[in-house]
Design a binder for this molecule. Structure first.
Ligand SMILES: Nc1nc2c([nH]c(=O)n2[C@H]2C[C@H](O)[C@@H](COP(=O)(O)OP(=O)(O)OP(=O)(O)O)O2)c(=O)[nH]1
Ligand SMILES: [Mg+2]
Length: 136
């Protein structure tokens, strides 16, 4: 028998934004809603007709008010939560200009690779952090 899954599937562009001090910009999701209060790498849903690179640049302008350069692909993760499947396409990015502001999140912070383990991330992020550490 073929099971047709009806859980929603979100295609997400995700940015690992580096500054010149080898720090990464992370944001804390708002307390209400899915995965509320957890930290994440900024990003969001791809729109029709967009490439992943365009999606990442747009989301970062909308969410943080900054300009970035989207660089190499790091990893793509397909993860199924209880009621949601996500495909996270993650790129290294470089901070270019502007002052990061928490426009759509609770808080933002520049952290080093070693400091990432002090923050609670969604389950799928374990693989992103492992990939970052092994490419460092
Ligand atoms: N941006 C981002 N999303 C992540 C990460 N890890 C992870 O599991 N996700 C999940 C959380 C969300 O379900 C989805 C991101 O989608 P989103 O930010 O556009 O959507 P959302 O749930 O905040 O809200 P909505 O726009 O659907 O209302 O991917 C991560 O590191 N960064
Ligand atoms: Mg988002």
């Amino acid at each position: 028998m073929t099971e047709i899954s009806s859980i929603p599937h979100k295609i997400i562009g995700v940015a690992v934004i580096w500054n010149d001090q080898q720090q990464i910009l992370i944001d804390r999701r708002r307390p209400q809603g899915a995965m509320g209060g957890l930290w994440e790498f900024p990003g969001g849903k791809i729109e029709p007709g967009e490439t992943i690179e365009e999606c990442i640049r747009r989301e970062i302008a909308e969410e943080l008010g900054i300009e970035i350069a989207v660089k190499d692909h790091l990893i793509t993760i397909d993860h199924t939560y209880t009621h949601l499947r996500v495909t996270l396409t993650v790129h290294h990015c470089h901070f270019l200009a502007g002052i990061p502001q928490p426009l759509e999140c609770d808080e933002i912070r520049w952290v080093s690779l070693d400091e990432l383990e002090d923050y609670a991330f969604p389950q799928a992020n374990g693989q992103i952090i492992a990939a970052l550490k092994s490419s460092a």
